[in-house]
Design a protein around this ligand. Structure first.
Ligand code: ASN
Ligand code: ZN
Length: 339
């Protein structure tokens, strides 16, 4: 009744609010209801309802990350309410092993016997990442731009996970941060790996092993059956670039002409700035991987300079994944000559 003290998942302290609702195993958003808890400890395990608290917390931490790091006020930078719907089910008797942003709100399926309900922090941030992309670069969800839309979502998944675990972007992210959706089962069963994308069958190098041909550099007609020319596969290249840039890595890639690389990481505080400003200010709908390289270098030349360690690391991390050449240094910018 209205006079007993009960709690629901409606947050008013962030932007215009964060709200989490119960779809009760339907896809009928109009009939969604509040989750109710008597003491505000969201530990009612009946119907897996305790995971609603996770979805809500994931939305809060994602909001906090973007607000505190980039002063971004919600996904549209205008304080829009963040709404999450838990226990999404389109097909009766078949729970969804997925979560998604539909252009307006987030929805979470209940998973399966081997994958728990999809409300882990990295998945929450991944889906919010799609919202942010929609309001910034607007990367078309196909071909290379779609792969980068996916990669950006994984990047925000990793950044928010590290931020939520440690309270900041400082320090070295633990291995789990670089795995996507590892909390839903085991690390070995994570959906994707940013530090070792090939362990999940994804490419770690542009045009390398596991690369899906796209309509940009090859021929491919995007359809839902081919995942719009491999958007969840080719994201591995952006993911691996971000990992190398952040943490550093030495190795030899698997490009058609393999190249060795040795990159000193710049840490997540800087790497996240570089990719955020590229996404917000430079990338446009049909951007390619080469455009992303050039966008991040434009950001770096503004934030640092074109001979800085950051600029060098960004360039060489791209070269490591076979996008553009390695950094070339010049002995001197200006030479003085006597007449
Ligand atoms: N979970 C998926 C994603 O966010 C849903 C989709 O395929 N759009 O990428
Ligand atoms: Zn996605």
């Amino acid at each position: 009744d209205y006079f007993s003290s009960q709690f629901r998942l409606r947050e008013t302290g962030r932007g215009n609010g964060i709200q989490t609702f119960d779809l009760n195993n339907t896809s009928n958003y109009g009939a969604a209801v509040d989750f109710i808890d008597a003491d505000n400890y969201w530990n009612n395990t009946a119907n897996m309802d305790h995971y609603a608290g996770d979805a809500h917390w994931g939305a809060e931490k994602t909001y906090d990350f973007f607000k505190n790091t980039f002063n971004r006020n919600s996904f549209d930078d205008n304080g829009s309410q963040i709404k999450s719907y838990v226990h999404y089910r389109k097909v009766v008797n078949t729970s969804l092993v997925n979560a998604f942003w539909n252009g307006t709100v987030m929805s979470y399926g209940d998973g399966s016997t081997t994958t728990s309900i999809l409300t882990s922090i990295d998945v929450c941030a991944h889906e919010t990442g799609h919202a942010i992309c929609q309001y910034t670069a607007g990367l078309a969800y196909q071909n290379q731009s779609g792969a980068m839309n996916e990669g950006l979502s994984d990047i925000w998944g990793a950044c928010v996970e590290h931020y939520a675990r440690t309270g900041s972007l400082a320090g070295t992210p633990i291995n789990a941060v670089w795995q996507i959706a590892e909390d839903l089962s085991t690390s070995a069963n994570a959906f994707r790996s940013m530090n070792n994308p090939r362990t999940k069958g994804n490419p770690d190098t542009y045009l390398g092993t596991n690369w899906t041909a796209t309509g940009d550099e090859s021929t491919c007609a995007p359809t839902s059956t081919n995942d719009y020319c491999g958007v969840h596969n080719n994201s591995g290249v952006l993911n691996h670039w971000f990992y190398i840039l952040t943490a550093g890595k030495t190795g030899t890639n698997n490009a058609p002409t393999p190249a060795s690389y040795n990159v000193t990481g710049i840490g997540m505080e800087k790497s996240s700035q570089v990719i955020y400003y590229a996404e917000r200010d430079y990338l446009t709908a049909n951007a390619t991987y080469l455009d992303a390289r050039n966008a991040t270098l434009a950001v770096a030349s503004n934030l640092y300079c074109t001979t800085s360690p950051e600029y060098i690391a960004i360039t060489n991390a791209w070269a490591a994944v076979n996008v553009g050449p390695q950094f070339v240094s010049y002995n001197s910018d200006v030479s003085l000559k006597s007449l």
